[in-house]
Ligand binder design. Structure first.
Ligand code: PEP
Ligand code: MG
Length: 324
C-alpha cells in the first residue's frame, strides 16, 4: 500500500489552499523506525515507551533503556522524536509489577499518576532519556495529565534528571521540550498559566474521546457509538485549538483519528498543524490533503453546525467527494 503513495512521499504536506500541515508518525519499538523513511513521516510525534516494557518479562535496566533510546534517536537521523513516558495501567499491564485490582482501570491508577506516586521508574526513564540524548535535542511528553500541578511535578522530575546528569559531568540535551498529552477534558480548562508554561500539548484523541462521551474505548458495544465528527466533540477540540493559539502553545493530535483521512482533514481545517498517525496512514492522509481546500472545508463544518446537525460527517464527505 505504501508503494501507491511513493510518488508523494517526499512532497511537502500542503493543502490545495496552501496550508502546511506536519504529518508525523506513531511508534513504540525499534522495528517501527524504518517506517520514517518509507512513509515520508516528518518525525515521530508519539513514541509509546511502554511497548518496550510490555514486551519484556522483567523491568528493563536504565542502561538498557538509554541504549535503546539512543538507537531510536540514531535511526531517526535528526528528525524529531517525541518520547512519551510510561503509560501503563488501564489496558496496559506489566506482568512484573504488582497487579492492582481496580473497579474502573481506565479511570484508575495509571500513566502519570503511577509515575508521580511511585517515581522510581519514571526517574529511571527520564535519566535514561537524558543520557540517550547525549547532547542532542530531546523532546519528552507526559501522558494523562489531568491538572496543572501534575505537569509541574513531572517537569520538576525532569529538571532533577538534568541536574543529576550535569553533576555527573555528562552532556545535557542541546534543546529540551517538555510537554503534556491532553487526554482528559479537565486539562482543556486548566488555567491560562498552564498553557503558557507547558512547552507543547498533544491531544490523545483515543482517551479524550472516551472520556468526553463516557464511552469505553475497549468496549465493543459502545466504542463506535459516537462519531468523532460529532459537533460537540469538534467544538471541544476547537476550544483547545483556540486556547493554544492564544498562548502560542504548539499543539498536535495523536489519536487514531489523526490517521483517518476524513477526520484528519477536519482536524486540519480546525487549525491542527501537526497530526501523528500510524505510518501506513501518512500516504492516504497526505494524498487527500494535497487535494483539499481546508478553507472551504472550514466553511462546510461551520455551516453544518449552524444547520444543527449532530455530526458534520455527511456534508464533509459530500464536499470531499465533490473536489475529486
Ligand atoms: C490516545 O489516547 O489518543 C493516545 C494517543 O494514547 P494511547 O492510545 O496510547 O492511550
Ligand atoms: Mg492515551
Amino acid at each position: 500500500a505504501q508503494e501507491r503513495y511513493a510518488s508523494i512521499r517526499d512532497t511537502d504536506a500542503v493543502s490545495a489552499c496552501g496550508e502546511r500541515v506536519h504529518l508525523v508518525m506513531n511508534a513504540g519499538l525499534m522495528a517501527d523506525l524504518p517506517s520514517l523513511a518509507s512513509s515520508g513521516a516528518e518525525g515521530v510525534g508519539l513514541f509509546r515507551t511502554e511497548l518496550q516494557f510490555l514486551v519484556r518479562n522483567q523491568m528493563p535496566k536504565r542502561s538498557e533503556l538509554s541504549a535503546l533510546y539512543s538507537k531510536v534517536l540514531d535511526s531517526a537521523g535528526g528528525k524529531k522524536v517525541v518520547f512519551r513516558t510510561l503509560d501503563i495501567g488501564s489496558d496496559k499491564v506489566l506482568s512484573y509489577m504488582k497487579p492492582t485490582d481496580e473497579p474502573n482501570p481506565a479511570l484508575g491508577w495509571r500513566a502519570i499518576r503511577v509515575g508521580l506516586d511511585k517515581p522510581g521508574v519514571m526517574r529511571m526513564q527520564l535519566q535514561a532519556l537524558v543520557r540517550a540524548a547525549n547532547g542532542r535535542p530531546l523532546t519528552v511528553m507526559f501522558p494523562f495529565v489531568a491538572q496543572y500541578d501534575e505537569y509541574r511535578a513531572a517537569r520538576a522530575e525532569m529538571d532533577k534528571a538534568l541536574e543529576r546528569e550535569r553533576i555527573l559531568g555528562h552532556p545535557l540535551p542541546e534543546t529540551l521540550e517538555v510537554g503534556a498529552m491532553l487526554e482528559t477534558p479537565s486539562l482543556a480548562f486548566a488555567p491560562r498559566r498552564f498553557f503558557e508554561e507547558v512547552q507543547f500539548l498533544s491531544i490523545g484523541g483515543n482517551d479524550l474521546k472516551q472520556f468526553f462521551f463516557a464511552a469505553d474505548r475497549e468496549n465493543e458495544r459502545v466504542r463506535r457509538r459516537y462519531d468523532t465528527l460529532n459537533v460537540s466533540f469538534l467544538s471541544f477540540v476547537q476550544n483547545i485549538v483556540d486556547r493554544c493559539a492564544e498562548t502560542g502553545t504548539p499543539l498536535s493530535f495523536c489519536g487514531e483519528d489523526a490517521g483517518r483521512p476524513v477526520e484528519a482533514m477536519c482536524l486540519a481545517a480546525m487549525g491542527l498543524r501537526t497530526l501523528s498517525m500510524r505510518p501506513a496512514s501518512i500516504g492516504p492522509v497526505k494524498s487527500l490533503l494535497l487535494r483539499t481546500d481546508l478553507g472551504a472545508l472550514r466553511g462546510v463544518i461551520e455551516q453544518a453546525r449552524e444547520d444543527g446537525l449532530q455530526s458534520v460527517r455527511e456534508p464533509v464527505m459530500e464536499f470531499l467527494r465533490s473536489q475529486g
